[in-house]
Structure formats: structure tokens, C-alpha cells
Design a protein around this ligand. Structure first.
Ligand SMILES: N[C@H](CCC[C@H](N)C(=O)O)C(=O)O
Length: 294
């Protein structure tokens, strides 16, 4: 039987980005890719991202997070999930600590300071974006990641070329388009996600700049498909738009699930993401869920 059987989880969302939170602090347990897929397959614990809390690694931090996509792959960043974890560690009776004030979370990509804005709204310091082609990573050297070469040619969307590429601890490719809603993302998303220029695949964004402080965004997520919102994509998109001179350093990013406020802070180059969280229900994993999952 999986050691995860009967463990408690929270089903949450950040702007409709489906997040399941699992607290494994104080245990040596780890979630395998097969277990993550099994959790995603149950409608009660279904997720776009599974956020797993582990004991802190770096002294002074509150928890280490491992982030899983629906397909069992792992990511270094999830903005909406990080806010959900912050809510859980602040308000949930079994996950909260005694600490008041901000939290310091960590992933394999780095440290994420979080501040509470109101009961359910949090600001996450998502760190500094990376632009070097090998840090994103891209397959081939690119002199300027504001406009990269990709291999895919879509006959019915020839304008989808020369996207921007940014790492927010996870890889993002952003196409600036006239109408972000005009594309069949479930069809073109997987093709672009697997472009030969992207050795670790990427999250694919279609961004429409409405005003210098307002962007409309649709996202196809690596390993999870089309989601109602993606926080790290919103951060990557604001940074890419600002680098191209399309916006300033602060904008509202409107996603199908709602709005995020993103600021690319001048003083230290970090990206701040502010948005809501919502608890849907809690539950425990049924042992039957893991039959066949290693
Ligand atoms: N929804 C998440 C991002 C998940 C990214 C993941 N799909 C990846 O493989 O990088 C967010 O709010 O930032």
C-alpha cells in the first residue's frame, strides 16, 4: 500500500488554476511520478499542479516545495500554487505554524518570499527572471531571447514565430498576438510545447497587449495542458512585454480565471505576483487510488 494512502490533502485553486496541497513535513515520504498521476486522476484531488510540502532545506525557510504537473513531471515554479501553499500555512488548522508575518518558501529553483495582503490574497516574490538561452533552456544559442527561433511552422498560424523566452525557475515561451482568444490552444499548445528548440519543453503563452499596463493571456502549460491561469506565465509575460517596450514594469494580467497584478521591481529585478487563493475542500487519499502506482 502506498504510504500516501489516507493522507490528508487540500483541494484549492488560484484563479481557477487547480492546486492540490499535500503536507509531508515531518516525514521522509516523497511522491513518485506515478503517485502524482494517480492523485491527478481522482476528481476529488484533481490538479493542474500538486504542491508537496517537505521539511525546510535552507536554514530560515519555512518549507521546501516540490511541484508536480498532471503528467507527473516536476517544475521549479508555480505562482498560483505558491499562494495556495501560503494560505494553507497561514490559515489551515493542520498546516499552519505559530509564526505570524511573511513566509519564506523554497523550490529547486530558489527562494520565494511571500507576504499576506488580505485573508486570501498573497504577494509572492517570484525572484529574478533569467534570459540566457542556456538557462531557459533552449537547444541552440540565441543572441537575444526577446525573439527566439523556433522550429515549428503552423500552416494556419504563420504569425506564431519569433516568441520571447524567459525562465521564472521554469521555462516560458511567449507569443505576442493580436487576438489571444483566436487560437485553438488544445491543438497548437502540445505542438509548441514540444518544439525541438525546447529540450525541457516549455509553458506556452499567447499574450495580447491591451494597454501598456494590461495584458490578456491564454496559457498552455507544460505537463498540464490548458489552464484557467498560470502565475509564472503571467510573470514571464510581463517581463517579456516590458523588455520589448510593449508595456511598463507593472501590469494587470487578465487570464480566463481572473486577474493577477505583476510588477517587475526596478530596485532588484525581482518579479512580484499578487493574487487570490480559494479553498475548495479537504479530503484524504483513498488507498485504492494508488493501486498500480509505484
Ligand atoms: N500554474 C503554475 C505554473 C506551472 C508550470 C508548470 N506547468 C511547468 O511545468 O513549468 C503557475 O501558476 O505558475
Amino acid at each position: 500500500m502506498s504510504a500516501l494512502a489516507n493522507r490528508r490533502f487540500l483541494k484549492m485553486n488560484g484563479l481557477g488554476n487547480e492546486i492540490t496541497v499535500l503536507d509531508l513535513r515531518g516525514t521522509p515520504l516523497r511522491v513518485s511520478a506515478a503517485e502524482a498521476r494517480a492523485i491527478a486522476a481522482d476528481p476529488r484531488s484533481r490538479f493542474d499542479q500538486l504542491m508537496v510540502l517537505h521539511d525546510p532545506v535552507t536554514p530560515g525557510t519555512d518549507a521546501y516545495m516540490r511541484i508536480y504537473n498532471t503528467d507527473g513531471s516536476e517544475s521549479g515554479a508555480c505562482g498560483n500554487g505558491t499562494r495556495c501553499v501560503a494560505w494553507a500555512m497561514t490559515a489551515d488548522s493542520e498546516m499552519r505554524g505559530t509564526k505570524t508575518g511573511g513566509l519564506m518558501l523554497e523550490t529547486k529553483a530558489g527562494l520565494l518570499p511571500v507576504e499576506q495582503v488580505s485573508e486570501t490574497v498573497f504577494t509572492v516574490d517570484m525572484g529574478a527572471p533569467r534570459f540566457a538561452w542556456n538557462e531557459i533552456p533552449l537547444r541552440d544559442p540565441q543572441p537575444d531571447t526577446r525573439e527566439i527561433d523556433i522550429v515549428t511552422r503552423l500552416p494556419d498560424a504563420p504569425e506564431l514565430q519569433k516568441p520571447s523566452a524567459v525562465s521564472m525557475g521554469n521555462p516560458h515561451v511567449i507569443f505576442f498576438v493580436k487576438d489571444a482568444a483566436a487560437y485553438d490552444l488544445p491543438r497548437i499548445g502540445p505542438i509548441l510545447e514540444h518544439d525541438a528548440m525546447l529540450p525541457e519543453r516549455a509553458n506556452i503563452s499567447l499574450a495580447q497587449v491591451l494597454k501598456p499596463d494590461h495584458i490578456l493571456l491564454h496559457v498552455w502549460e507544460r505537463g498540464a495542458g490548458q489552464t484557467r491561469a498560470c502565475g509564472s506565465a503571467a510573470c514571464a509575460t510581463l517581463v517579456a512585454a516590458s523588455r520589448k517596450g510593449l508595456t511598463g514594469r507593472k501590469a494587470t494580467i487578465s487570464l480566463p480565471g481572473g486577474d493577477l497584478l505583476i510588477e517587475w521591481r526596478e530596485s532588484d529585478g525581482h518579479v512580484l505576483m499578487t493574487g487570490p487563493t480559494e479553498l475548495e475542500h479537504e479530503g484524504t487519499f483513498s488507498p485504492a487510488l494508488f493501486a498500480g502506482a509505484a
